[in-house]
Design a protein around this ligand. Structure first.
Ligand SMILES: [Zn+2]
Length: 323
């Protein structure tokens, strides 16, 4: 009665879904479940995400690099949720791309279209990659950092640790353990080379990035400035509006207080002014510093005169059989 099970490639063909011929995929790994009931919906959704990520992948992947899995989650931290609320979810959308060489993390919009920031982790830098409580995916790194993600499907949470384990074992077998400047390396927005920890100029293309302190300093002087520099335009506008409204309220208060010529009313106005200015400038600067530190924020485009040597920039695909 039932036909022979299909391979992932056959299922995609049957569903008239295509993937980029310029990208090397292990389709049976990317689509581990293509037979049985209700498989078409998840395949369609996964394919939709893949199509959004492919233009970036075509530039980022190195010769010999093969895609094993793609999924989207949201990085989660209790404190960010507390301080930033819904905005935290927006700036933390992350597409995971597991290849035979590394785990790529691409900051994306809610649909999975990659945005400015991207990172990579060699599997030898991952000490723990598992599904945790409440549907979380937990990635612990050799330099002590831990990243938690929500929003992955049950299938993602099952397949990603499996793929990770397979590649991590292969890494061990061939003793592949590239030098890193930090476990999760920042990638250049323009050429996708590694930009080492605490460096803000790409050694390969000469593009320059903002240092977090440079952005935070500007937010301290003028709230919302940092948000605009990080290209968080909507939140920047909201913050600017709130800030100007705050000044309007403070000035109105002072006009009333000076008119009343009563020292206690003026003291009250002074307290309110401080309660407005300190968080508006100080807290914004601290949050801006924290957010700017997540990855690289574009400042100047590539420039050959800034190209220089760096021991970490090259992506190692070492030891892969050439096909
Ligand atoms: Zn670059």
């Amino acid at each position: 009665m039932s036909a022979a099970p299909l391979t992932a490639a056959e299922r995609l063909q049957q569903m008239r879904l295509t993937v980029s011929p310029n990208i090397q995929y292990d389709l049976d790994s990317v689509f581990p479940k293509v037979n049985g009931w209700l498989v078409k919906g998840p395949i369609k959704r996964k394919h939709k995400l893949i199509v959004k990520v492919e233009p970036t992948l075509e530039e980022i992947l190195r010769p010999g690099e093969e895609v094993l899995y793609i999924a989207k989650g949201v990085q989660y931290s209790f404190w960010e949720q507390y301080f930033l609320g819904a905005w935290a979810a927006l700036i933390n959308q992350t597409v995971f791309v597991l290849t035979n060489v590394r785990l790529l993390m691409l900051h994306s919009n809610t649909k999975g279209k990659p945005k400015d920031m991207s990172w990579m982790i060699y599997y030898s830098q991952i000490t723990h990659f598992k599904s945790g409580w409440f549907g979380a995916v937990v990635v612990k790194l050799r330099d002590g950092k831990t990243f938690k993600y929500g929003g992955f499907t049950g299938a993602d949470r099952k397949q990603m640790p499996k793929v990770f384990q397979q590649v991590a074992n292969a890494y061990k077998e061939r003793g592949f353990d590239p030098n890193v400047s930090q476990s999760r390396e920042n990638l250049c927005y323009h050429c996708y080379s590694i930009i080492a920890k605490k460096e803000y100029v790409c050694s390969k293309c000469g593009a320059e990035y903002w240092q977090p302190s440079q952005i935070a300093w500007r937010s301290l002087m003028f709230p919302s400035w940092g948000d605009f520099l990080m290209r968080h335009y909507l939140i920047g506008l909201l913050e600017l509006g709130g800030y100007l409204f705050g000044w309007f309220a403070v000035v109105t208060l002072w006009i009333g207080a000076l008119g009343a010529a009563d020292p206690s009313v003026m003291a009250f106005a002074a307290v309110i002014t401080a309660l407005f200015l300190i968080p508006a400038h100080g807290v914004d600067a601290i949050l801006t510093y924290y957010i700017a530190n997540k990855g690289l924020n574009r400042r100047l485009p590539p420039d050959p005169s800034r190209v220089h040597a760096s021991e970490y920039a090259e992506i190692e695909v070492d030891g892969e059989p050439q096909s």
